[in-house]
Design a protein around this ligand. Structure first.
Ligand SMILES: NC(=O)c1ccc[n+]([C@@H]2O[C@H](COP(=O)([O-])OP(=O)(O)OC[C@H]3O[C@@H](n4cnc5c(N)ncnc54)[C@H](OP(=O)(O)O)[C@@H]3O)[C@@H](O)[C@H]2O)c1
Length: 278
């Protein structure tokens, strides 16, 4: 299959790598020339523009930063792709943008599924991401061979029509943000109660917070958040998308947003330290 993959950030480069490993004909594009060098060395072709990548592709995958980056790139894609081509948008964009992009694609005679992913660079490297797909059943069926390259079969699912994947993904990330802030408050509470921090983290690791601490404890112990997998600026973008989609009256979300701090490139685990340190 001829596949175009646009967006080779932390996640995209790993996901596109699976497309190559599966033996597909891969054309890649990234806004920053040279990002594709590793994939090119493995046999991918680097396009100079989104339109060049899209031309002649049977499937077009997007893994960009957010709605604005998709808004920059998608018009060039739809202007060049063949009628009927399936666009698989893995970017976390929220439901409003998913609706907008689905209409843009449909008006150009192409097909669209929103297919944001759950899980970070580890699962992306292993090909065990969750994929939350919104789209028509037939489009989902056509997307599956690619989605199964970066998603674990039991975690790839159609959750409704177009938009549903993007809406559900916001729920996932509201949970992550609240968790990061909540663990920070627990560390602050432990300090106020005179508890040993390591003992507190050990015990929290056995509770509902175990998943989060399993991933983030090394960064919390080192108080160093530069080994970014999911950046604070992505988290800020996603929490803003929640506000836009849901309106107000989400008190836990407000607490998560207050925890964001200023270091956009750092990992979102820095939210925990921000709340813990006060
Ligand atoms: N990282 C995670 O753990 C994770 C987990 C689940 C979902 N996601 C979602 O997956 C998507 C990608 O995440 P990521 O971690 O790979 O992000 P990233 O490393 O920040 O990469 C973002 C990508 O978007 C491109 N981009 C940004 N603005 C653009 C624009 N205006 N025009 C064209 N391209 C633009 C970047 O190009 P440059 O190379 O030029 O900067 C880069 O390829 C995001 O929607 C994120 O919310 C991430």
């Amino acid at each position: 299959m001829r596949v175009a993959f646009l967006g080779l950030g932390r996640m995209g480069v790993l996901m596109a790598g699976h497309v190559l490993s599966a033996g597909h004909d891969l054309v890649v594009w990234d806004r920053t020339p040279g990002r594709a060098s590793e994939l090119v060395a493995r046999g991918a072709r680097e396009a100079e523009t989104p339109a060049e990548a899209a031309r002649g592709a049977e499937r077009i995958a997007l893994m960009l930063f957010g709605p604005e980056s998709v808004r920059d790139v998608l018009p060039q894609v739809v202007g060049a792709a063949d009628a009927g081509t399936l666009v698989i948008d893995g970017t976390t964009i929220g439901p409003e943008a998913a609706e907008e992009f689905a209409a843009l694609v449909a008006n150009s005679g192409l097909r669209y599924v929103d297919a944001p992913v759950a899980g970070s660079t580890g699962p992306a490297a292993e090909g065990t991401l969750g994929v939350l797909v919104g789209g028509a059943q037939a489009d989902y069926d056509d997307a599956l061979p690619l989605l199964h390259l970066w998603g674990a079969p039991e975690k790839v699912r159609r959750v409704g029509e177009v938009v549903a994947g993007s809406a559900l993904k916001l729920c996932v990330n509201q949970g992550l943000g609240v968790m990061a802030a909540g663990v920070g408050e627990l560390l602050r509470l432990g300090r106020l109660l005179g508890l040993d921090r390591a003992a507190l983290l050990d015990v929290l690791g056995m509770t509902a917070y175990g998943w989060f601490l399993g991933q983030q404890r090394p960064m919390l112990d080192a108080d160093d958040f530069r080994a970014t997998t999911f950046s604070l600026d992505l988290m800020a973008k996603d929490l803003d998308l929640v506000v836009t989609a849901a309106g107000g009256d989400l008190p836990c979300l407000d607490a998560a947003r207050a925890a964001l701090g200023a270091h956009a490139g750092e990992d979102y685990a820095a939210m925990t330290a921000h709340v813990a340190d006060g």
